[in-house]
Write a protein that binds this ligand. Structure first.
Ligand code: AP5
Ligand code: MG
Ligand code: ZN
Length: 214
């Protein structure tokens, strides 16, 4: 099963992605996670991506397309994949379609999760991420058992560098300007489901399973 998760920053893409990949046993491909890994390892790609990410701007298409398509050439994607945060511009979507066609593949479902702006800001400002295993929490919506500590691995919980109020607002604007046009693109192809992400995460996951099948 080949899937795309679309939605504004903080809609819950990463949260649902963890549950989807566990149930359907497919790899989770998040371009944001790939960039953050490169930043923490201090690679050239990381340095380049950081310039854009810290401002809440998109990393240039040419760079993202290369990273994503390279990842899609890896063997574990043969059984399917879940793209989280890619594509994010019409140009990226067109490049992805051409790549998939060339490899005899197609996207089965696009899941678009939407949440209103005030709630997105609350979610992002309150998000905490485990510095060791990457598990995501929220200070009030999904607090860890012990403050500042990951339930799963006792790692230290951190705030993402781009989860500051100013950057969050710009990320939402960038989404509206550059990513929202993609909804039209997939509406025309007819394989997109629009979901309300303001509901509880388990209810939302149940709706996703209804769409994807057991
Ligand atoms: P990326 O890492 O993709 O970030 P994003 O799109 O901004 O989305 P987030 O990860 O912030 O939100 P999410 O939807 O995953 O929410 P989450 O589940 O964590 O991209 C980062 C940057 O990298 C971009 O700005 C750009 O610079 C660059 N980049 C990446 N891909 C690119 C591309 N293709 N092209 C160009 N540039 C690219 O949830 C958020 C919070 O809400 C958490 O605290 C969670 O606990 C809570 N929560 C989740 N679900 C619920 C719920 N149902 N109810 C209540 N709380 C909830
Ligand atoms: Mg995410
Ligand atoms: Zn952890």
């Amino acid at each position: 099963m080949n899937l795309i998760l679309l939605g504004p920053p903080g809609a819950g893409k990463g949260t649902q992605a963890s549950k989807i990949v566990e149930k359907y046993n497919i790899p989770h491909i998040s371009t944001g996670d790939i960039f953050r890994k490169n930043i923490s390892e201090g690679t050239r790609l990381g340095k380049k991506a950081k310039e854009y990410m810290d401002k809440g701007e998109l990393v240039p298409d040419s760079l993202v397309i290369e990273i994503a398509t390279d990842r899609l050439l890896e063997k574990d994607t043969e059984k399917g994949f879940l793209l989280d945060g890619f594509p994010r511009t019409v140009e990226q979507a067109v490049a992805l379609d051409a790549f998939l066609r060339e490899h005899g593949k197609a996207i089965d479902h696009v899941l678009d999760i939407d949440v209103d702006k005030d709630e997105l800001i609350t979610r992002l400002i309150g998000r905490r991420v485990c510095s060791s295993c990457g598990k995501t929490y929220h200070v009030t919506n999904m607090p860890p058992k012990v403050e500042g500590e990951c339930d799963a691995c006792q790692g230290e919980l951190m705030q993402r560098a781009d989860d500051t109020k100013g950057t969050v607002e710009n990320r939402i604007e960038v989404y509206n300007r550059q990513t929202k046009p993609l909804l039209d693109y997939y509406d025309k192809l007819g394989n997109i489901a629009h979901l309300d992400g303001a509901i509880g995460l388990e209810t939302l996951f149940a709706q996703i399973v209804d769409i994807l099948g057991e």
